[in-house]
Design a protein around this ligand. Structure first.
Ligand SMILES: NC(=O)c1ccc[n+]([C@@H]2O[C@H](COP(=O)([O-])OP(=O)(O)OC[C@H]3O[C@@H](n4cnc5c(N)ncnc54)[C@H](O)[C@@H]3O)[C@@H](O)[C@H]2O)c1
Length: 459
């Protein structure tokens, strides 16, 4: 499909006060369709971010089409299964009844009035941004775009991506952004398994390429999200998301360093944080652990590091926090090794169980989980490794990490058989009293146990 001057020539006939108002015409039609809930919503990328958005728009009465390359995922969603543990299947079964459908057929992009792109933004093996998912998606959808659509990128990325990488691809067949179609960057702030906030109660930042694009973005989101935060440009919106995640990464790095210092000094870091958090201003508590994981905190900051180099700037806070955070599994392993050593044992040959291998509590997401690094350290040093995680029944095989392991049920006997257990992820489903009572040695990375019992070691 090529849209060029022919489409705009028609539009020129549509004049208000003698002014060419192509953008207004497209924008007005789009707005009307969205407010009447007659607009079709297309979600591209049906993962942790795309699925909640698809559900939200379906639940408020829009017809939603989900696009993904993964045929199996599309079939599962169409059968009413989410495949993400914290998203209840009943919601997708209901969404199906209300018109939601998933497809791998990208020619159907033309059916959607509002498109949200929720594809991955990982780092490549040189730890540089891998924008291939975004650029491939844009190439794929560009052939099916038509006038009057708003396209919002939701993936986390560096400032300039929308303008430099998305726009030229969307315009490749002659459609003009800001006139025929509208381009928006609106970062996703989804926090999987967070019980306090849902998709609609998390305020949403929106930046448009032009004023008309911003208005189209507001029209797209205002029905689904309680509070919108319009900003002046797509770059501002892109940077806002990075600042949020860099702020977390740096503070987690800081508190992890404080944990190492306080441990050496014989001070309880959790008691310190709790006391500091009583200050009613100027302090936000962050908690130490075995290192951050997930698709965001270990990755997103380096998107800025890469882009900042173009401007001759080294992002030292980001590098330092990254260094500290990625070293945390080694720190935990060293505490485990020395605790075993004190008990006349070596890692080699000891039975060691990791409790919690998802990257954070109450989720099944294993991406960038520090527990996996810890497991590799234990295995590579000859430990007799097992794990327990009610959210990850079988260790998912990836190219980088291979363990032929399944989750072990925690019983008195299983716990008592271990030389050590490493409490890596503080899932609510664990019976912490049972663990405390029957494990011989607990390496506690989450500050679950506040007592000074000799078989509990903080790490
Ligand atoms: N997971 C989170 O909690 C979270 C929170 C905020 C922001 N984000 C950001 O949102 C983006 C998506 O993250 P996610 O966790 O949902 O990823 P995900 O891996 O769970 O899902 C991405 C989906 O996109 C699909 N996909 C890949 N390439 C595609 C293409 N060309 N066309 C269509 N579908 C394609 C994949 O098959 C997958 O289903 C990332 O940029 C991430 O940084 C994630």
């Amino acid at each position: 499909m090529v849209y060029a001057s022919a489409f705009r020539a028609n539009a020129v006939a549509d004049k208000i006060d003698g002014q060419v108002s192509m953008a207004n015409t497209s924008l007005d039609i789009l707005r009307q369709k969205l407010s009447a809930k007659q607009a079709v919503i297309g979600i591209v990328g049906l993962g942790y971010v795309g699925q909640p958005l698809a559900l939200r728009y379906t639940e408020i009465g829009f017809r939603v089409i989900g696009f993904d390359l993964d045929e199996t995922k599309v079939q599962e969603l169409n059968a009413g299964h989410s495949a993400i543990e914290h998203i209840d299947d009943t919601r997708f079964a209901e969404a199906r009844q209300n018109g939601f459908e998933a497809t791998t057929d990208f020619s159907r992009i033309a059916e959607a009035d509002g498109l949200m792109l929720c594809v991955p933004t990982p780092l490549n093996k040189y730890r540089e941004p891998d924008l291939s998912f975004i650029t491939d998606t844009c190439e794929k959808i560009a052939d099916h775009l038509r006038p009057g659509q708003v396209i919002a990128l939701e993936s986390t990325t560096y400032p300039g991506t929308t303008k430099e990488e998305v726009l030229p691809r969307l315009e490749k067949n002659g459609l003009k952004v800001g006139e025929d179609i509208f381009a928006v960057y609106s970062p996703e702030r989804e926090d999987p398994a967070n019980q306090k906030f849902t998709t609609n109660t998390i305020p949403k930042v929106v930046g448009g390429h032009t004023e008309a694009c911003l208005q189209a973005g507001i029209a797209l989101y205002e029905h689904a999200i309680d509070k919108l935060v319009p900003v002046s440009s797509t770059e501002t919106a892109e940077m806002t998301k990075l600042l949020e995640n860099i702020y977390r990464a740096v503070n987690i790095g800081l508190v992890n360093e404080m944990k190492i210092v306080t441990d050496r000094m014989g001070i309880d870091i959790f008691e310190v944080i709790d006391a500091a958090a009583t200050k009613p201003f100027g302090f936000t508590p962050y908690y130490p652990g075995p290192g951050p994981g997930g698709h965001c905190i270990p990755i997103d900051p380096f998107y800025l590091t890469w882009k900042a180099r173009e401007y001759g700037i080294n992002t030292r806070f980001i590098e330092l926090a990254g260094e500290i955070n990625t070293s945390m599994p080694n720190y935990v392993f060293s505490k485990l090794a020395s605790a075993l050593n004190e008990r006349q044992k070596a890692v080699r040959g000891s039975k060691i169980m990791v409790l919690g291998i998802a990257y954070k509590k109450n989720v099944d997401d294993m991406r960038e989980s520090p527990s996996v690094t810890l497991m590799e350290l234990i295995r590579d040093n000859g430990g007799n490794l097992s794990y327990a995680d009610p959210h990850v029944p079988v260790f998912p095989k990836t190219q980088e990490h291979v363990f032929d392991l399944s989750s072990v049920a925690l019983t008195q006997k299983v716990l008592a058989e271990q030389d050590a257990v490493v409490l890596a992820t503080n899932h609510d489903a664990f019976d912490y009293d049972l663990i405390k009572e029957h494990a011989n040695l607990i390496i506690d990375t989450r500050g679950i146990y506040r007592t000074g019992e000799p078989h509990i070691i903080r790490a």
